[in-house]
Design a protein around this ligand. Structure first.
Ligand code: KIV
Length: 271
């Protein structure tokens, strides 16, 4: 029987076993109790409380404005909705770049105040000291390489990263360094599929891709994007499993019509 069907709780150890057995890992974002409950019941392995909440939930243009307090609020709501999934919480911009002590303090706040199971941070060699310090407190860390949205003003564009040899080599070296430091998994975002496959084959921890092809150990998408709630975001890597934008718009339109016409509530919908 496959591992993901057997386990009652997904742990970092389970994810490692899944990689070893060649079982793909399914990860999606979640920011609130209701969505987390559905994601967990569907059997998703990892729920990422991503700092994409800054865009999706709060309407900011980038992930930079979201605060540690806001991430803790989202994460604690998600935790109340789950039984099985591993919940990974993004360390938001400004909560870990200062130094490793700040990174540890922020991670402890996330674990203590939200009940999250692990943290994720963006970057390679430059965050290794912080990764080491967070791990020393017993907190599992997931890395994030490639297009790291907290550095969008440095990149200046959301285009594919590491197409040139130099950046690709740096990325592989960062991936090996994060593994050697003790990260339990790695997200690679928007990099060429061949490079992502090479990364997954070069290290022993699970590599989860977004816009990084099929040669990795698992996939992650922003739930709101794959549900088609946002009809303005249509990158090539995104598969939309629903058109919830149209469905919700239709439902809201019908409700407004029924209220205006006096059709809602009817005799059976009142006390
Ligand atoms: O914040 C987020 O949703 C993420 C994923 C895109 C990997 O980091």
């Amino acid at each position: 029987m496959s591992i993901h069907k057997e386990v009652k709780k997904v742990t970092t150890h389970v994810l490692q076993e899944m990689k070893l057995k060649g079982e793909k890992i399914a990860m999606l974002t979640g920011y609130d109790f209701t969505m987390a409950k559905i994601l967990d019941q569907a059997g998703v392995d990892i729920i990422l409380v991503g700092d994409s909440a800054s865009n999706v939930m709060a309407g900011h243009e980038t992930t930079l404005p979201i605060t540690l307090d806001q991430m803790i609020y989202h994460a604690s709501s998600v935790i109340r909705g789950i039984n099985r999934a591993l919940v990974v919480v993004d360390l938001p911009f400004g909560s870990y770049q200062g130094d490793s002590k700040q990174a540890l303090t922020s991670s402890i706040r996330i674990m203590k105040e939200s009940g999250g199971h692990a943290v994720k941070l963006e970057g390679g060699a430059e965050v290794v000291e912080s990764v080491r310090r967070i791990l020393s407190a017993g907190i599992p860390v997931m890395g994030h390489l490639g297009l790291t949205p907290q550095s969008i003003y440095k990149f200046g564009t959301y285009t594919v990263r590491a197409k040139e040899d130099e950046e690709a080599e740096q990325l592989i070296s960062d991936a090996k360094l994060l593994e050697a430091t003790g990260c339990f998994a790695l997200v690679v975002e928007k990099i060429p599929a061949a490079l992502a496959k090479k990364v997954a084959e070069s290290i022993n921890i699970p590599v989860i891709g977004i816009g990084a092809g099929n040669g990795v150990d698992g996939q992650v998408l922003v739930s709101h994007d794959m549900l088609g709630i946002n009809n303005e975001f249509n990158p090539r890597f995104l598969r939309k499993y629903h058109n919830l934008y149209e469905e919700m718009l239709g439902a809201f339109n019908m409700y407004i019509k029924d209220v205006r016409s006096g059709d809602f509530p009817n005799d059976k919908e009142q006390y």
